[in-house]
Design a protein around this ligand. Structure first.
Ligand SMILES: *Cc1c(COP(=O)(O)O)cnc(C)c1O
Length: 559
């Protein structure tokens, strides 16, 4: 270092002489004559370049896109406090350990005879079947109660389920990655894409990818937009603009693929995305915008035609998340309900995710992501020609995979057929609108927006009525429904499993309100969910709140 400095100074002086020499014959000469000014200019330039570099590269590890500066500072101070104030960290660790214990205790109650090691000798099939039957008997009381939001979508038809199982079991050991060995699963994949694409307005051919579920479909679509933006527009700091109500999978795509997620507000009356707020956040680094059909939390579809015209004008992608609603909504026109266009017949729509394993009524583990063009789809594919293991190319995230998923989708779509899907769509949509009407007639409640497809969410109109308290009471009565937040509400996804119990649902909601009315003080905090959301929303740093939630995952994976 000591030797380096004189060399640098010497070089700098030489450079200065050189500059002076160049400028000697120009009008700038008078400036270079004064050494001070020249030095100042150099120093200022260096500082500016360094400053710009720092500004550009400075990472705000916890700064979220929509966070205010005040919110950011608050979170930073909070984190400093958490990390460096003696006792605070250990207090948090203790709280986490307590939470883990309480989660583990509740898992424990549902765990029978733990196995911790590979058995020395294999167990006979008969005793495993015995255990299986015990499990089925116990668990079906939960998932098969008919009082569950979403989760299990198939029609309650034992024979149909048995047929699907019989068909699918043949593919347990298949691996569609090897198309030469399992030509049947290859054909089924292409046919499921074609059939689904046909429903969503792909006239000439199906352009899509079969995935394991809605999350993977969304991840692949976002990956495609990111890669498209990079290769076609040179965007290396991509962002997407999504409604606040878009599915968690979009936030996950942001985290996995380093895409900035910009959150557009949702109108608190219609529960549709605020199109102006969304538009305002689009810039030259935006690769796509998103609309849900409908969103999970409130069951409301975004104004897709408006979004399509924005996407078209800005020459960016528009992804329609029809994971939940697709197989209900796409048949609406067939029973004379006009939901507006949300498929490829609308110019501007460039990709669609829709789940066979939700209202497609197929066994779990299958969804389809459709693309408007093959060029866009190619950006989601992975291939490497130079891998030591040989040329390698796969369309989705999995490598080796199981053919049961696609077999289930293929069997279900073939077996049910269009007429039956239309009938189911009508049944679910009619029930949704009827449920919304009945709930809106309860004076203490308000239905969120105007749900038409397959979910209904309500919130409380009264100060004394914490909506999570209703959730708590319903839970104790055997309902498994969702509590949503921002704003607080209670959500049910209608399925062919629960649709015949909705009268009971409305009755139980009314009874719960009476119970709370009789004793409002006891229910003020809204039970378990109310307390949980109350706590997480008070933590100024949302990442830290998310980390606390991971304790739950810890308990899931523990035996
Ligand atoms: C369920 C759902 C998804 C994600 O699907 P998974 O199959 O759970 O991965 C995406 N969007 C909406 C609106 C959903 O309801």
């Amino acid at each position: 270092m000591e030797q380096l400095l004189p060399i640098v100074i010497q070089e700098y002086n030489l450079f200065k002489e050189f500059i002076k020499e160049i400028f000697k014959h120009t009008p700038l000469q008078k400036y270079t004559n004064s050494l001070d000014i020249f030095d100042t200019v150099v120093v200022v330039s260096i500082l500016s370049v360094c400053g710009l570099w720092v500004l550009r590269n400075l990472k705000f590890p916890n700064k979220e896109y929509n966070q205010s500066l005040f919110g950011y500072l608050k979170a930073q101070i909070f984190l400093l406090f958490v990390n460096y104030c003696p006792g605070v960290n250990s207090y948090i660790e203790k709280q986490k350990a307590n939470a883990l214990q309480s989660f583990s205790d509740s898992m424990e109650r549902m765990t029978s005879k733990k196995i911790l090691k590979l058995p020395e000798n294999g167990i006979d099939t008969e005793s495993m079947m015995e255990k299986l039957n015990d499990w089925i008997e116990r668990d079906s009381k939960h998932y098969g109660s008919g009082k569950v939001s979403g989760s299990l979508y198939v029609m309650p038809d034992k024979q149909f389920i048995k047929n699907a199982q019989d068909f699918c079991k043949h593919f347990l050991y298949s691996n569609p990655m090897h198309a030469d060995l399992w030509p049947a699963t290859r054909q089924m994949e292409a046919e499921v894409i074609r059939m689904t694409g046909d429903l969503f307005g792909q006239e000439k051919e199906g352009i899509g990818i079969i995935t394991t579920g809605g999350t993977e479909s969304i991840l692949l679509a976002m990956l495609a937009y990111r890669n498209w933006g990079e290769s076609q527009k040179g965007i290396n700091q991509p962002n997407i603009v999504i409604p606040e109500t878009a599915h968690a999978a979009f936030y996950r795509a942001g985290e996995y693929f380093k895409i900035q997620v910009r959150i557009a507000k949702v109108d608190q009356t219609t529960f549709q995305v605020d199109v102006n707020d969304l538009k305002r956040q689009i810039d030259s680094n935006t690769v796509c915008i998103v609309g849900s059909f409908p969103n999970f939390a409130y069951g409301i579809q975004d104004p897709i035609e408006l979004l399509a015209s924005i996407a078209k004008k800005k020459k960016i992608g528009l992804h329609i998340d029809a994971c939940l609603g697709g197989f209900t909504a796409i048949f609406a026109k067939d029973h004379n309900v006009d939901l507006g266009k949300f498929d490829f017949t609308l110019d501007g729509v460039t990709s669609i995710s829709c789940d066979q394993h939700k209202h497609g009524l197929a066994p779990k583990g299958v969804s389809t992501v459709l693309f408007k063009t093959k060029q866009l789809r190619e950006h989601a594919f992975f291939s490497i020609a130079t891998w030591s293991g040989g040329a390698y190319a796969v369309p989705s995230i999995q490598g080796s995979k199981c053919g049961v998923g696609v077999a289930g989708a293929w069997f279900t779509m073939q077996s049910i057929g269009k007429k039956k899907y239309i009938e189911y769509s009508k049944k679910i949509m009619d029930a949704t609108q009827s449920l919304a009407k009945q709930i809106s007639e309860i004076p203490e409640l308000k239905v969120c927006g105007n749900p038409q497809i397959n979910c209904v969410t309500f919130m409380s109109k009264e100060q004394w009525l914490n909506v999570y308290a209703i959730h708590e009471i319903l839970t104790h009565q055997g309902w498994t429904i969702s509590s949503v937040q921002k704003p607080a509400g209670v959500h049910i996804s209608l399925t062919l499993q629960n649709v015949s119990n909705l009268k009971q649902y409305v009755h139980d909601i009314k009874a719960a309100i009476e119970k709370i009315k009789a004793n409002p003080q006891e229910y003020k905090k809204g039970g378990e969910m109310g307390t949980l959301y109350g706590t997480t929303q008070k933590i100024p740093d949302s990442k830290l709140a998310g980390q606390a939630l991971k304790v739950y995952l810890d308990s899931l994976l523990k035996i």
